[in-house]
Design a protein around this ligand. Structure first.
Ligand code: AVJ
Length: 365
């Protein structure tokens, strides 16, 4: 099966031709998604602690549910990050006269609009917005909205899994990578370092990386954010079963599972699980698999790690990045961190190219 081949897509809509001209979309997912899902679900549901990777929450309905979560007062994550962004957008965007703002896992537009508003107000010469997201429907909708709000803005949408398709991101211009929402918390410690390293590789000495990090805070506040009284997070959690049912022809029954979310203090992470409220036997036709789940056994659907300044510094450092500026809200609940490539990493790269050049010369001469 081919992978990493992205197909350029035509955008059809009722919008004017002039705005459509500014939208370009590449789809890198169409031929890998269902295969990845198969492998991941097979591995996850045959493990001792059963799990389904959290990236499969985000089909169209799941993305919409997350939007709803982000409006909940209990879910402090989104509005705290937005308030930091509003206070710091001009500081962030200064000295960025032209280049690409590359947002990974973008979803809706609220946060990027805060940056673009400032860019537009100040001087914006030639900024392009590059959005990388797994959900094509949402991505296209968001891009269409942006080109109507910002005349002249060029946008590029890449329907891709940013843990796999980094190669598809254009690298010829100045760059600010953006990874909002503390989504990095959904990766294990190891995975997050691999991910950051992968981005660092594509950064030049002047490029920046804006990373959102949710901070450790009292357990009650954390647990309420993932156990909202109206039950939207519970719906969001159970939606992953509908994704598996639809994509892999399975027969999960959402009523047979309860939403569970708690703070694991030893690991500084929120964990979301689906706990079987009876003995469950699930047939997954496309995997030729029957999964037996005991009463009270759980399927882990998400970890959401919470950071401290020291743990963040350590993680970033191991990836060859350094903290350039640290923005936070007065309570210190959330942080927006501006990263640059670390000097030692730049030196290493410099030496490596020099050695390679010398070798090449020696071969020739
Ligand atoms: C979108 C990954 C940042 O981990 O808090 C919200 C997802 N899960 N409620 C998070 C989520 C449950 C969210 N991120």
């Amino acid at each position: 099966m081919k992978s990493n081949s992205c197909v350029r897509e035509e955008i059809l809509s009722m919008y004017s031709a002039s705005s459509i001209d500014r939208i370009e979309v590449k789809n890198c997912m169409s031929d890998t998604y269902s295969n990845d899902l198969k492998n991941d679900v097979l591995k996850g549901l045959t493990a001792t602690q059963k799990y389904i990777p959290s990236k499969y929450f985000y089909d169209t309905y799941g993305s919409r549910l997350f939007e709803e979560i982000s409006l909940l007062p209990e879910y402090y994550v989104t509005h705290t990050e937005l308030s930091i962004l509003q206070d710091t957008a001009s500081a962030i965007i200064e000295n960025f006269p032209e280049g690409d703002l590359i947002e990974l896992g973008s979803g809706a537009n609220v946060k990027i609009k805060t940056l673009l508003d400032i860019a537009y107000k100040s001087y914006l010469a030639d900024i392009r917005y590059v959005s990388v997201d797994v959900s094509e429907a949402l991505l296209v909708k968001a891009l269409k909205e942006l080109v109507t709000i910002y005349p002249d803005l060029r946008v590029l949408g890449i329907v891709a899994d940013f843990t796999k398709h980094m190669k598809e991101i254009p690298l010829d211009r100045n760059k600010v990578f953006i990874f909002f929402g503390s989504t990095i918390g959904n990766f294990t410690e190891k995975e997050s370092i691999v991910f950051l390293k992968n981005i660092a590789r594509f950064m030049g000495p002047n490029d920046r990386f804006l990373l959102g990090l949710d901070m450790v805070k009292p357990k009650e506040i954390l647990e309420l954010a993932y156990n909202d009284p109206p039950g939207i997070t519970s719906k969001f959690n159970k939606n992953i079963l509908s994704v598996v049912n639809r994509e892999l022809d399975a027969n999960f029954h959402r009523d047979h599972f309860d939403h569970v979310a708690f703070f694991n203090g030893g690991k500084n992470q929120i964990e979301m699980h689906l706990r079987a409220n009876r003995t469950v036997s699930v047939k997954i036709k496309k995997l030729d698999l029957t999964v037996e789940i005991e009463k009270d056994e759980t399927i882990r659907t998400e970890i959401s790690r919470k950071f401290r300044r020291e743990s963040a510094e350590k993680m970033v450092d191991e990836a060859g990045l350094r903290i350039n500026r640290w923005f936070s809200d007065p309570q210190g609940w959330f942080s927006l961190v501006e990263l640059k490539k670390s000097t030692s990493y730049l030196w290493k790269e410099h030496l490596r190219t020099q050695i390679a050049q010398r070798k090449a010369k020696r071969v020739k001469g």
